[in-house]
Design a protein around this ligand. Structure first.
Ligand code: RB5
Length: 196
């Protein structure tokens, strides 16, 4: 396939990682292994951050991350702008993650897959192309600033309206507390002029 992959796992994904590396090498796909290097308990963010940074810096074509449930690795990697880490537990999800989401990191739930399933999911992910079209626009929207992007103005306005509503509700609560219970409540919203 002629591609390079950064790979990382905690103890919950170590064994699958080792077998995947061998399988990838047989397919002439080179790997950079960020660890962990044994079944000793290890903290998944250590490996999630390193693989996400390697993908973000275009040091490789794709990343693969494996932990017990896959959740910790997904949450960590998706902190990075431009990273689209997809937790995939079967082939169809992996294909859709590439076709629709142009996912650049495959996340596997190591404790919920056998090695045959892990290889099948990985192969599906690596051989499926992004479809582009309407999916490209949506991916651009993920990376956008919600309050300044024209396509998201409606959502931006509704977020602002919710803040104003919350502020009004809080003022009403304060008034009720003062009148009925004689309690003086602290303002959470700051001065009203800040919201204009
Ligand atoms: C480790 O026990 C486990 O929490 C980790 O592998 C992963 O499932 C976290 O999301």
């Amino acid at each position: 396939m002629g591609i390079e992959i950064s790979i990382g796992a905690d103890h919950g994904g170590y064994e699958i990682k080792q077998i995947l590396i061998k399988w990838l090498e047989q397919k002439l796909i080179s790997t950079k292994d960020f660890g962990t290097y044994s079944i000793e308990s290890a903290d998944y963010p250590v490996f999630g951050h390193q693989v996400a940074v390697a993908v973000q810096n275009n040091e490789c074509d794709f990343g693969i991350l494996i932990c017990g449930s896959g959740q910790g690795m997904s949450i960590t990697a998706n902190k990075y702008q431009g990273i689209r880490a997809a937790l995939c537990w079967n082939k169809t999800i992996a294909i859709l993650a590439r076709q629709h989401n142009n996912a650049n990191i495959l996340v596997l739930p190591g404790r919920f897959l056998n090695i045959i399933e892990a290889i099948a999911i990985t192969e599906a992910f690596l051989t499926t192309k992004f479809e582009g079209g309407c999916h490209k626009k949506r991916i651009d929207m993920i990376d956008a600033n919600a309050l300044s992007t024209p396509q998201l103005q409606t959502n931006g306005a509704s977020i602002r309206n919710r803040v104003i509503k919350l502020y009004k509700q809080q003022r009403l609560n304060s008034a009720i507390n003062k009148k009925v219970f004689g309690i003086k409540s602290k303002s959470i919203g700051g001065s009203r002029s800040k919201l204009k």
